[in-house]
Write a protein that binds this ligand. Structure first.
Ligand code: NI
Length: 164
């Protein structure tokens, strides 16, 4: 099983909206397997398919916490259950070495399909909710620096280095 190449900012594939998955076939299962392998190899806790150059609406998440199972979210849609937000530091495998604070909703409801095509609906809070919001943003062509305050975004633009 190959570890896939991770596309770094500002690669075009990271700035484009991904396409919904229609076929829950072996090709999809292979993509998911390779995405997990790639995420573990780079010690991430979440990965979106467009980060490995595949413009499809697929996310894998593993918080590596005994209270959470690894998850596959296909065609995920987020609903914000309340307005409460929380600020915490985030990083991204497409911005290696760059971390800064991002405000995210504390509690969300996510509708998605699992890898066999079964519809799921899950309420999430705190870190898992944060990671899923970050990854679903990727699927919509949005990267985490775009969610930062204006000042933090300026800091990013000033300190921006090459992400290779
Ligand atoms: Ni990311």
């Amino acid at each position: 099983m190959p570890v896939l190449k991770i596309y770094k900012y500002p690669a075009k594939v990271l700035r484009q909206k991904t396409v919904s998955v229609k076929k829950f076939d072996n090709e999809l299962k292979k993509l998911v397997k390779d995405m997990f392998e790639t995420m573990y190899n780079y010690k991430g806790i979440g990965l979106a398919a467009n980060q490995v150059g595949v413009s499809q609406s697929v996310v894998v998440v593993d918080l590596k916490d005994k209270n959470y199972e690894p998850m596959v979210l296909i065609n995920p849609k987020i609903k914000f259950l309340d307005k409460k937000k929380e600020v915490a530091e985030e990083g991204c495998l497409s911005f290696p070495g760059y971390y800064d604070k991002v405000s995210r909703n504390k509690k969300i409801e996510v509708e998605f399909y699992d890898v066999s095509g079964k519809k799921q609906k899950v309420v999430m809070t705190d870190l898992i909710a944060r990671v899923v919001q970050h990854e679903v943003d990727h699927l919509n062509g949005i990267v985490f620096v775009q969610r930062m305050t204006f000042i933090r975004m300026l800091k990013f633009l000033v300190h921006k280095k090459k992400f290779e």
